[in-house]
Ligand binder design. Structure first.
Ligand code: ADP
Length: 902
């Protein structure tokens, strides 16, 4: 019963309303009850008193009437001068109508109180003495009737009262009295009291004040009873003291009674009434009871009505409370409370809604502030000020946000800037003002990024260069808001200024340096050229005599020599070929280093290549008693690459192996290391049983001019170029080199090459050997005329001899121009053309010959000591057909001639 909980406002309001209404009902009821009772009591009392007064006046009239009779009798008797029994009796008897007034008769006494006459006479009261009665003394002095206190009559034995009047003579002498007696037990004027009942339970009383005894009463038992002694009942005492009115007091019987009292004229009696309040105020009590019932009924009704009404009035409040609770628990989004009526609850809801909105706004504000503070914190250590700047339609601006760096940049706090944008406006240097605002206006009108560098004068008077970079956006209110940052670029500007200052100087410097570098490059290039020229010249100059030496030796051999001479010639040839090897190695290395060595791509038959190597090296191996073996993988694929260079690399290894092996064997092996789709990686290796190489020098023997130790040169000779060339060749072919060796046991040298795949198209005619080539050429040369263009006399002689030896007709020209002239005059079958000659070189001469009629088809073969690839390509470009190098190897010469003439 949550509805009845004391926590419930409804319960408390209902209880409060109920208490208020019940209290007011009850207070009203009590007040009404009280006033009603007192008013009613007063009214009833007044009414009772009126009744009593009325009765009293009736009694008083009766008493007066009787007093008047007695007085009249006394006056008449007084006028007689003396009282005698007979005249008194006669007078009494003459009075008709006395009896009904004095039911116990009328007595005339003398001055001593002795009865002289009585009416009715039958009472026999004559002679009775009354002078002892207390009132007699009073009577003697009285001038009006005296009412006697009630006494028990001597004759009647009943309570009686008398109305006595002194008889005075005309002179005023007291001579007797007339007494009218009323027996209270007999019918008398007080019967209206005795016979009337006051209410159901009340009584009327006539009380004699002096004796405090009851004269007449509705309750006969009271008659002659003396009332409460003085001091017992104060009200009674007051009545006796003369108070007229009504009052409530508890009787001697313990009953609360309403009494009224009124004096009965001059009689000394009181007319009283008593009525128990129970009856007197019965109406009042009943009315009070009804009031009580009405109050209870009203209370209940008021309670119910209050309950219903409060419940109805508080309904919106309860609904609001439920809504709020649901909002608090998150079961309902925050929303304004419904305003159903324009009463206090409605006002409360309106006020609450206002408060809610305020709280929501505050929360949003706090969230924004917190977020702003968070961002501010994050941005504290960001160099430069991050800001948000917005422009109002009237052109004024504001900073809704500025990071901490504003202090450092502008010397104001973010809060100051956020409250007034003008706080930093005055810092702007006048000269930059127009440019600054122009850039802002442009950014706003074009909605483009705002980029500007400007100066401010900070508080310490220093000029700062600031850089602004911000992007404009339109917010919901249609304002333009820039989000960006400001950085201090003073240092950069100073640097730029410095740089500007130095730029000119630098340009000069660069110019100077460029010139110097150009000069240095020229020097380097010319040094390089000089080196190349030197190498070319050296090669040329060594080859030319070497050509003469080898040629002459060959020719001497052919002409027949003694064994001793033949041996010497062999030594000359060996020395020459060694010298040539050295020259070739040096040239190879320099070509490779200069990046000028280009590899050819021809189909290679590895088996054939190995056989070639073996055939070249077998004599040398045999001379040292070594076995030269070949170890081949089961089947090697056909490959495309530069066979000459592979052979050169292998010859280097095999040559070294033979050189550094005293006994045992040298084994050449080839295997496929990896098959990589269109390419295959072959590994060539040469294993020997020679001296081996110490581990510490293994790493450097592939460097140029490096040897394992200096004693090697002394013992084995060599230049230290072979391995370096092999390494470079292997690398050119996409491979690598390596060695593993154990001193005293032997070495294993290897290199790899990445080669294309390709099978030979057919069986290529192998180069014929010298003897066979010579024989074949002898046949082919019959009647053929060769023009030999050569300036160097010895070379001329050697070449001529070699040509003639195989049957050619030979014409010689000493230079190019001479050769051109000779070709103009005569058709030749072939021309051997030297390159470097006086007057006209071989290249120019070839070009000229190719211009001559019939000069296009004649084979022109270069035969030169210029062996660089440039030289070869120059020759071929000029129109030559082939290229022979000096020193001329007869076999090569013959096989080449055979190719062009056969
Ligand atoms: P060269 O043999 O002309 O001195 P190389 O470059 O061919 O130059 O060889 C360099 C050095 O490597 C040799 O001097 C030698 O000390 C060492 N070397 C090369 N091959 C072998 C080998 N098979 N056995 C032992 N030492 C070798």
């Amino acid at each position: 019963m949550a509805g009845l909980s004391w926590q419930s406002l409804r319960t408390r309001l209902v209880a409060g309303a109920l208490c208020a209404s019940v209290a007011s009902i009850w207070i009203v009821t009590l007040i009404i009850g009280t006033y009603l009772r007192s008013d009613m009591e007063l009214a009833i009392s007044a009414q009772q008193y009126s009744t009593v007064s009325l009765i009293a006046s009736g009694i008083h009239r009766s008493v007066n009437e009787r007093s008047a009779i007695v007085e009249n009798l006394a006056q008449r008797l007084g006028r007689l001068g003396a009282v005698d029994g007979a005249s008194a009796q006669a007078l009494l008897e003459s009075q008709s109508g006395i009896d009904p007034l004095f039911n116990w008769g009328v007595v005339v006494t003398d001055a001593d109180g002795v009865a002289l006459a009585s009416e009715p006479a039958g009472h026999k009261s004559v002679g009775a003495r009354h002078g002892d009665l207390p009132f007699f003394a009073q009577l003697k002095t009285a001038d009006k009737p005296v009412i006697t206190p009630p006494t028990i009559g001597q004759r009647s034995g009943a309570p009686v009262i008398g109305i006595a009047m002194p008889i005075r003579t005309p002179e005023g002498r007291y001579v007797g009295a007339v007494i009218g007696v009323i027996n209270l037990r007999e019918s008398n004027f007080l019967d209206q009291i005795s016979n009337a009942k006051y209410g159901r339970t009340g009584d009327f009383l006539v009380t004699d004040i002096e004796s405090r005894s009851c004269i007449a009463s509705s309750d006969k038992r009271r008659v002659m009873n003396v009332g409460p002694a003085a001091g017992v009942n104060p009200l009674y005492d007051r009545y006796l003291a003369g108070h007229e009115g009504s009052g409530v007091a508890v009787s001697s019987r313990g009953v609360e009674e309403l009494s009224s009292s009124a004096k009965i004229g001059t009689t000394g009696w009181l007319m009283q009434s008593v009525l128990p309040t129970q009856e007197a105020f019965l109406v009042v009590r009943q009315m009070q009871r009804r009031l009580l019932f009405s109050a209870v009924a009203l209370t209940l009704c008021a309670g119910l009505v209050a309950w219903w009404w409060v419940r109805r009035q508080l309904k919106p409040l309860e609904r609001s409370a439920v809504l709020l609770d649901e909002m608090r628990q998150g079961r309902r989004p925050r929303q304004p409370l419904p305003v159903e009526r324009d009463d206090e609850i409605g006002k409360l809801a309106v006020a609450f809604n206002g408060l809610l909105k305020f709280i929501v706004d505050q929360e949003a504000l706090l969230t924004r502030v917190a977020a702003t503070e968070q961002v501010r914190k994050i941005l504290t250590y960001v160099p430069g000020m991050v800001f948000q700047y917005c422009q109002h339609p009237d052109g004024t601006g504001a900073f809704p946000f500025a990071s901490e760096a504003v202090r450092e940049l502008y010397g104001v706090s973010p809060q100051v800037l956020e409250s007034s944008a003008s706080s930093i406006r005055d810092l702007l240097v006048t000269e930059d003002r127009e440019r600054f605002f122009m850039s802002l206006r442009l950014s706003a009108t074009r909605m483009e990024r705002w980029l500007v560098d400007y100066r401010i004068r900070s508080s310490d008077g220093r000029i700062k260069w600031l850089h602004v970079d911000a992007v404009p956006e339109l917010d919901e209110a249609g304002r333009i808001v820039w989000y960006g940052f400001v950085t201090d670029v003073t240092a950069t500007k100073a640097l730029e200024h410095e740089l500007d200052k130095h730029r000119l100087h630098l340009e000069e410097l660069v110019r100077d340096r460029t010139e110097q570098l150009e000069e240095a490059r020229n020097i380097a290039e010319s040094a390089n050229r000089a080196k190349s020229t030197f190498l070319a010249n050296m090669s040329h100059e060594i080859r030319t005599p070497l050509n003469a030496i080898t040629g002459m030796a060959y020719l001497m051999h052919r002409t027949g020599v003694t064994p001793e001479q033949a041996d010497r010639l062999n030594k000359i040839e060996a020395a020459s070929s060694h010298l040539l090897e050295i020259i070739n190695s040096i040239l190879d290395l320099s070509k490779i280093d200069a990046g000028k060595l280009t590899l050819s791509a021809e189909v290679i038959q590895i088996e054939k290549l190995l056989a070639n190597v073996v055939s070249i090296m077998s004599d040398r191996a045999a001379s040292k008693g070594l076995r030269l073996n070949v170890s081949l993988a089961a089947r090697l694929p056909g490959v495309v690459g530069d066979g000459t260079r592979i052979q050169q690399a292998l010859l280097n290894y095999v040559g070294n192996a033979i050189k550094f092996t005293a006994q045992g064997s040298v084994t050449i092996g080839v295997k496929v290391e990896a098959d990589e789709g269109e390419h295959v990686r072959l590994c060539f290796e040469v294993q020997d049983t020679g001296i081996g190489i110490a581990p510490e020098v293994l790493g450097k023997i592939f460097n140029s001019f490096e040897q394992a130790d200096s004693s090697t040169t002394r013992e084995y000779g060599g230049t230290g170029l072979g391995l370096a060339i092999t390494k470079r060749l292997a690398e050119l072919m996409g491979g690598a080199v390596g060695v593993s060796s154990t001193p005293g046991v032997g070495s294993r040298f290897w290199f790899t090459a990445l080669l294309g795949k390709g099978e030979p198209s057919g069986t290529e005619p192998g180069a014929p050997d010298l003897d066979r080539a010579e024989a074949m050429l002898t046949e082919a040369s019959q009647g053929k005329c060769v023009l030999l263009v050569e300036d160097e006399p010895t070379s001329q002689v050697v070449a001529e001899e070699l040509l003639v030896a195989v049957g050619f007709l030979v014409d010689t020209a000493d230079n190019g121009s001479e050769a051109v002239e000779m070709v103009e005059r005569k058709a030749y079958d072939l021309i051997l053309m030297d390159m470097q000659m006086p007057q006209m070189d071989g290249i120019t001469a070839t070009r000229c010959i190719r211009q001559l009629p019939g000069g296009q088809s004649v084979p022109i073969l270069a035969m030169t000591a210029n062996v660089f690839s440039d030289d070869k390509s120059n020759c071929l470009d000029a129109g030559m057909n082939d290229f022979l190098t000096k020193p001329v190897v007869p076999g090569v010469l013959y096989s080449t001639l055979l190719r062009w003439l056969g």
